[in-house]
Design a protein around this ligand. Structure first.
Ligand SMILES: Nc1ncnc2c1ncn2[C@@H]1O[C@H](COP(=O)(O)OP(=O)(O)O)[C@@H](O)[C@H]1O
Ligand SMILES: [Mg+2]
Length: 237
């Protein structure tokens, strides 16, 4: 069986400067995969290329058996590949509830209210603030809202780019536990996270990226505490 997401020999450049040099990775249906690496390794660039947010210099991306290499971000979301961007990006003037409804637009052009209660159950801090503009939320609450907006879209693959940014440790654990439960329900997860130990504790499999290349791939439990991990973060790898 072919994987849900299949990235093959991806090259991405900003202008003339190539920063992703032939990355290949795969995520199976319901699998929890983490992509790790130091700041500047090329993780976000890889994710943005997968989601169609930036162009590619080379390589192919397949999702759900279809070639999405040149597809628009909108079509990619419609196909069920949803990315929560780094840095809690939500629509500030809109209420919490309207931000959540926007997450449902890919499936329901007029919004689908039927999943709101489930999101409020997962994240009670959003329920209490449902009629407040997102601008009034703390950074951590905005990050929770951004994650909830991704989940309510009912993706087949949910990509999370550093969801821990600005969050208290207990909230991070809740978000990662929610992601773990989603994967048990069959939603694939691709997580980029600086909190390496937490990411490895939740993931099935991991990729390690350094200067635009995948330098290691394996079971998450084997990488935790390993020399490879150590050198990728501290050494020159
Ligand atoms: N918009 C951009 N324009 C030019 N260079 C960029 C841009 N975004 C990222 N880069 C560069 O690309 C490299 C990879 O960045 P990024 O993918 O954000 O890494 P990571 O997410 O692993 O921290 C870095 O050297 C970074 O400076
Ligand atoms: Mg990044």
């Amino acid at each position: 069986m072919s994987p849900l997401l299949e990235v093959n020999d991806l090259h991405v450049a900003y202008g003339k400067a190539e920063v992703v040099h032939g990355t290949s990775l795969a995520v199976a249906e319901g699998e929890f995969v983490t992509l790790l690496g130091r700041n500047g390794a090329g993780k976000s660039t890889t994710l943005h290329a997968i989601s169609g947010l930036i162009g590619k210099r080379g390589g192919t991306i397949r999702f759900g058996g279809q070639d999405i290499t040149g597809a628009t971000p909108r079509d990619i979301v419609r196909a069920g590949l949803v990315q929560v961007l780094e840095g809690h990006r939500v629509f500030h003037p809109l209420t919490v509830e309207d931000n959540l409804l926007i997450g449902t637009y890919a499936r329901a052009p007029r919004g689908d209210r039927s999943k709101l209660d489930a999101m409020y159950g997962l994240f009670p801090e959003l329920a209490e603030r449902r009629q407040q503009p997102a601008s009034r939320l703390s950074g951590g609450q905005q990050q929770i809202l951004a994650v909830a907006q991704g989940i309510i879209a009912e993706p087949r693959l949910l990509i999370l780019d550093e969801p821990s940014g600005g969050l208290a440790p207990m909230v991070i654990d809740r978000i990662l536990d929610v992601a773990k439960n989603l994967s048990r329900d069959g939603v694939a997860i691709l997580l980029v996270e600086q909190l390496v130990e937490k990411a490895l504790a939740h993931a099935d499999r991991c990729y390690l990226m350094a200067t635009g290349r995948i330098v290691h791939e394996g079971a998450a439990k084997d990488l935790a505490g390993s020399d490879i991990l150590h050198s990728a973060y501290l050494g020159g790898a």
